[in-house]
Design a protein around this ligand. Structure first.
Ligand code: FES
Ligand code: FES
Length: 242
């Protein structure tokens, strides 16, 4: 009995024609080329990227970040090298970044930015401080002195003059911190502050030897290794022979 569900074989080509039709139809029906697929996939992705929920998220984040920054900004007043500066700063701003980035006093150097090298040493009320470890908001009401405030073009500070005379630097990157530290060291010795190598803290300091100077300057690292001449320069200042 003939199967009426099958297409009628009216083609003289017979079996060959019937077998090839479905395969051709299967290939043509979606009418999707690889390039077309990539175009449509790209368009769909673009549409998704511009849809509202996805776009709104970063805008909200940016607004929240701006509000948080505004909330952590405070007015402060700093006195640096005898000059007063009224600033609005983030409470997290370090003294080092306030000096270098906000006030443009780039003589103070950033080495490690974590209290290990001493390149950022400045004087705060005559005491040496690693500016990378102090927040700008902490030093309001103090006298801050940086390398720019120690001497003038025509008149060097005695420690600056001694560093020049004794060739106490090579590349010079650590030098502003070394000089600020040395200024404080000389002040500490003259004020009879003992150090970790002072033999008897109950007695006056007496003569300061190279070990004492090395210990007191040990917070300042010199990658060029100019230590011997740095000690000579500090020694000359202490003896007044610069
Ligand atoms: S930069 Fe401050 S100690 Fe190194
Ligand atoms: S002179 Fe170069 S790091 Fe000290």
């Amino acid at each position: 009995m003939p199967d009426s569900s099958r297409p009628k074989d009216t083609d003289p080509g017979g079996a060959k024609s019937i077998a090839s039709e479905p395969r051709t139809a299967a290939l043509q029906w979606p009418r999707v080329t690889r390039r077309g697929f990539l175009y449509s996939a790209g368009a769909a992705a673009g549409l998704a990227a511009t849809s509202l929920p996805v776009e709104a998220a970063p805008a909200a984040d940016e607004r929240a970040a701006a509000e948080a920054t505004a909330a952590s900004t405070v007015p402060i007043s700093l006195k640096v090298n005898g000059r007063r500066y009224d600033l609005k700063v983030d409470t997290r701003l370090t003294l080092l970044d306030a000096l270098r980035e906000t006030l443009g006093l780039a003589g103070t150097k950033k080495g490690c930015d974590r209290g290990q090298c001493g390149a950022c040493t400045v004087l705060v009320d005559d005491r040496r401080v690693n500016a990378c470890l102090a927040l700008a908001v902490m030093v309001q009401g103090t006298e801050i002195v940086t390398i720019e405030g120690l001497g003038t073009r025509g008149t060097l500070h005695p420690v600056q003059a001694a560093f020049l005379k004794h060739d106490a630097f090579q590349c010079g990157y650590c030098t502003p911190g070394q000089i600020c530290s040395a200024v404080a060291v000389v002040g500490e010795i003259r004020a009879q502050f003992p150090s970790a190598v002072t033999k008897d803290v109950r007695l006056p300091l007496g003569e300061i030897d190279a070990d004492e100077i090395r210990e007191r300057m040990s917070g300042n690292i010199c990658r060029c290794g100019a230590y011997q001449n740095i000690v000579s320069a500090v020694d000359a200042v202490l003896k007044g022979t610069t």
